[in-house]
Each structure stands twice: as structure tokens, then as C-alpha cells.
Design a protein around this ligand. Structure first.
Ligand code: HEC
Ligand code: HEC
Length: 402
């Protein structure tokens, strides 16, 4: 018996190393233990689109299928392993010259790969980099289903309550191809919800641009190839007729991410309960709002339910240490969207035991992520630092249970 125990751990390690992160599980983990399960109660047509979208998400595009001319990765899953967050290796770089965006030099992001015949973009001399770690994609249907008024209720742009915290919305313009019937679509300013600066208002935009910008795959929504202005704007090598994928493929992928269920919360031990109280007392919950309620929704699982995402989805000035100096919509170079904390419990299962936090993955533990909070979050960070070592552990155990 003892020998079995002694050998089981090293064997498991070897097995993990051999199979890598994408195939960490030999069979589907139980519901609530992964980032890949659909919400309950999907009608047959939606379930069919979800299954197609799942295939689309993992599909690795070849040059013959239209990847490029310039791109960053060949599949959604390549950047969002297991539908969770990526590592700094998959991070995207957006760039600026100080606070100026420079479309004539490329961007909004750096496409640093190209198919044969084309030239990848390089960072223009003197440009500032904004590195963005791929966030998880589960639960975005819940984020979409929270009414604008509910999100705005937490905004306090001029800090009228004098708690030093002044969350504010990112108002952005939706591209014309987003139907006005979609959340975040239509004329005028729309509330940004997606992306690390809440710079995107709708899932159709997020997914169409992922195909177009991240993979160089054109669709009915964005039918013109992305070219490299540094190479004179000529796209060579991609002979596939545009659009390379139909609107339906994009919509299936939207359905897939929209109906991905967030993982279930872990056990509420006594330590977790103590940590939860400290999380409130240290004012973490002022930005990491524990829960917001969705509005009326045709799918029962999304209809007027509490969404325990631990974010207000608003922008906060996080101080010079975390600033990228690059504006995005109405977000300035110091501001970031409060990162949702749900799913923290199982992050490392999908990244070979590693974890990366904050917009660029610079923190490799929860403690480090907290220590790097500045700006509006400085007093809250200081509250954490002033806790006893045991209390700090309790608070971290709470976050690790989410
Ligand atoms: C090259 C890496 C890369 C690829 C490929 C990629 N993504 Fe992303 N994804 C990102 C990054 C980085 C962000 C955050 C962008 C930002 O902050 O501006 C993101 C954001 C998202 C979000 C918003 C999540 C949130 O809560 O804010 C969704 C949804 C998403 N991606 C889905 C997809 C889908 C679907 C595909 C394939 C069609 C895809 N991504 C391909 C890197 C990638
Ligand atoms: C003023 C608002 C604010 C307060 C207060 C705040 N946070 Fe944050 N938190 C943020 C923002 C914004 C980010 C994302 C920063 C980035 O992307 O660089 C973040 C990121 C995090 C992350 C990393 C999550 C990830 O997936 O990358 C953790 C963990 C975290 N906060 C925990 C805490 C804890 C614990 C406290 C209380 C001690 C706290 N935060 C207080 C705004 C806040």
C-alpha cells in the first residue's frame, strides 16, 4: 500500500508532462470542474450550435483555409487553453507611441506572425507595448446578460462617497456589423464589457475580431484582409477567397462562448468563510463585487440569476506600476477592468500547474497580484498587507475557492 502511494505521485507527474495541458483529462471532468461545460437547459438548436462552436473554437486554421496574411495564432483554443486564460506566451501586444495610437504603423495589435510571402509586423522603434494575457472565455453569456443599469449602479466616477474608489464605465462605439438587437450593438455609445479594458461591447464584435485580427481569418462581418502597413499594406500569400468563413461559423462560436458555464465554487470551509469576511473588510469587494443579477432572459439558466463573478466590470485607475499608458475606447492608460475572480480554483489545472495573474500575467501568485495593486486600490492593498500572516492566508484561501 505504502509503495503504491510512494509511486503514484511521481507517475502522475510523468503522465502530466507527457500529455500536456490540452489533454490533461482523459475524460470529461464532472460538471462544474472545468471551463468547457454548457449551461443547463439549452434547446436542441442552441445545443447543436454550441457543439459546432466547440469544434470551431478548437479548429486550427491552415494557410489553405485562410489564416493570415498576418496573424498571432491559428486557433481560439491556442490562446485560451481549456477555454481558460493563456500564458504570457500567448499574450497579445497592443501598442502606442506614448498615449498616441498609431494606425499608420500597424495595430491595434501587433501581428507578429505571417504566412509565406508576407511580412510580420514588428514593434515600431520607440513604441510602448501593452501586453494582454488572454482572459478566460467562460461565463461571458452571464456578463452579457447583466443589465447596463445594474453595472452603472456601482459606478462612482467622481468618488462622491469619498472611499477613494471611482469605478467608471468604458463607453465605446459598436462597429456597424453588430446588429442593434445584440447586447452592445446599435448607434451611439455602448457599455464596454469584454477585454481587459472593457473595450468591446458585444460578443459578435469580440469573436469576429478574434477571427480577423488574431488569426487573419475574414468573415461576412469583417471581409477585408488585415494588411501590414509597415510592408506597404500589401497582402501577399493568402489566395483564399474572402470571406474565408461564413457568418454562421462566427455565430456558432458566439453561441459556444455565450453558453459556457463558469465552474462551480469550491468547498466553503471555515477558513474560506473567515477569508470571505476579510475580503469584505479589506474593501476588495468594492471593486470585486461578489455578485450581480442578470435581467430577463429567454434561457432559464441566464434568467434573473445571481452571477458570482467578483467584478464590477468597471474601470479603475490601478496606478503607474500597472499602467500601459495606452487609451482604449474611453479608458485611459492607467485604467483596467476589475478582473473577475471566478474560476480561480481550477486555473492551474489547465496550465500545467502554473498561474498568471493581472492583465499581462506579471503576477505568478494571488499574493503577488494583490501586492501589485496601486492607484485606487492602494488603500485596499494596504489593508491586506496589514493583516496577520494567518489572515492573509485565509483571504487567499477564499479566492482559491472561487
Ligand atoms: C492570439 C491569441 C488569441 C486568440 C487566437 C484568440 N484570443 Fe480571445 N482574447 C485574447 C486576448 C489577449 C484577449 C483580451 C483582449 C484585450 O484585453 O483587449 C481576448 C479576449 C477574448 C474574449 C473576452 C473575454 C472577456 O471576458 O473579456 C473572448 C470572449 C474571446 N477572447 C474569445 C475568443 C474566440 C472565440 C477566439 C477565436 C475565434 C479567440 N478569442 C481567439 C487572445 C486571443
Ligand atoms: C480599486 C479597485 C480594486 C480593489 C479595491 C481591489 N482590486 Fe483586485 N483588481 C482590480 C483590477 C482593475 C484588477 C485587474 C488589474 C490588471 O489587469 O492589471 C484586479 C486584479 C486582481 C487579481 C488578479 C486576477 C486575475 O485574474 O488576474 C486578484 C487576485 C485581485 N485583484 C485580488 C484583490 C484583492 C484580494 C483585493 C483586496 C485586498 C483587491 N483585489 C482589491 C481592482 C481592484
Amino acid at each position: 500500500m505504502r509503495n503504491l502511494v510512494r509511486y503514484a505521485a511521481p507517475l502522475a507527474m510523468v503522465w502530466l508532462t507527457l500529455v500536456g495541458c490540452d489533454t490533461l483529462f482523459t475524460e470529461q471532468p464532472p460538471a462544474g470542474e472545468d471551463f468547457e461545460s454548457p449551461l443547463d437547459g439549452l434547446d436542441p438548436e442552441t445545443a447543436r450550435m454550441f457543439a459546432k462552436g466547440d469544434e470551431n473554437f478548437e479548429h486550427v486554421f491552415s494557410v489553405d483555409e485562410g489564416v493570415g496574411p498576418i496573424f498571432n495564432n491559428m486557433s481560439c483554443g491556442g490562446c485560451h487553453p481549456g477555454d481558460g486564460r493563456g500564458t504570457p506566451n500567448e499574450a497579445l501586444v497592443r501598442f502606442s507611441m506614448g498615449t498616441d495610437l498609431v494606425p499608420e504603423l500597424g495595430g491595434p495589435q501587433l501581428q507578429d506572425r505571417a504566412i509565406p510571402g508576407s511580412q510580420p509586423e514588428t514593434l515600431p522603434p520607440g513604441a510602448d507595448r501593452s501586453l494582454r494575457l488572454p482572459p478566460p472565455v467562460f461565463g461571458v453569456g452571464f456578463i452579457e446578460a447583466i443589465p447596463v443599469t445594474t453595472i452603472l449602479a456601482n459606478a462612482d466616477e467622481t468618488d462622491t462617497d469619498l472611499d477613494s474608489i471611482s469605478g467608471r464605465p468604458n463607453w465605446v462605439t459598436a462597429p456597424d456589423f453588430v446588429p442593434p438587437t445584440e447586447v452592445g450593438g446599435g448607434p451611439g455609445l455602448q457599455l464596454g464589457r469584454f477585454g481587459r479594458k472593457a473595450n468591446v461591447s458585444s460578443l459578435i464584435q469580440q469573436v469576429s475580431e478574434a477571427y480577423h485580427q488574431d488569426m487573419g481569418v475574414t468573415s461576412d462581418f469583417l471581409p477585408t484582409e488585415n494588411e501590414n502597413p509597415q510592408a506597404g499594406g500589401v497582402a501577399v500569400g493568402d489566395d483564399v477567397a474572402d470571406p474565408e468563413i461564413p457568418a454562421l461559423t462566427v455565430l456558432e462560436t458566439v453561441v459556444y462562448v455565450r453558453f459556457l458555464s463558469p465552474p462551480a465554487q469550491g468547498e466553503r470551509t471555515d477558513q474560506v468563510k473567515r477569508g470571505e469576511q476579510l475580503f469584505e473588510a479589506a474593501a476588495c469587494a468594492s471593486c470585486h463585487v461578489p455578485s450581480m443579477k442578470t435581467g430577463p432572459h429567454a434561457i432559464a439558466a441566464l434568467n434573473q440569476v445571481d452571477v458570482p463573478l467578483y467584478s464590477d466590470l468597471l474601470l479603475h485607475d490601478m496606478g503607474p506600476g500597472l499602467a500601459d499608458n495606452r487609451p482604449d475606447g474611453s479608458a485611459d492608460g492607467y485604467e483596467w477592468k476589475t478582473a473577475p475572480l471566478w474560476g480561480t480554483r481550477i486555473i492551474e489545472d489547465f496550465l500545467n500547474g502554473q498561474v498568471f495573474f493581472l492583465h499581462d500575467g506579471r503576477a505568478t501568485s494571488i499574493r503577488e497580484a494583490i501586492q501589485m495593486h496601486g492607484g485606487e486600490a492602494q488603500p485596499s492593498r494596504d489593508n491586506f498587507m496589514n493583516l496577520s500572516p494567518q489572515e492573509q492566508d485565509d483571504l487567499i484561501a477564499f479566492i482559491e475557492s472561487l
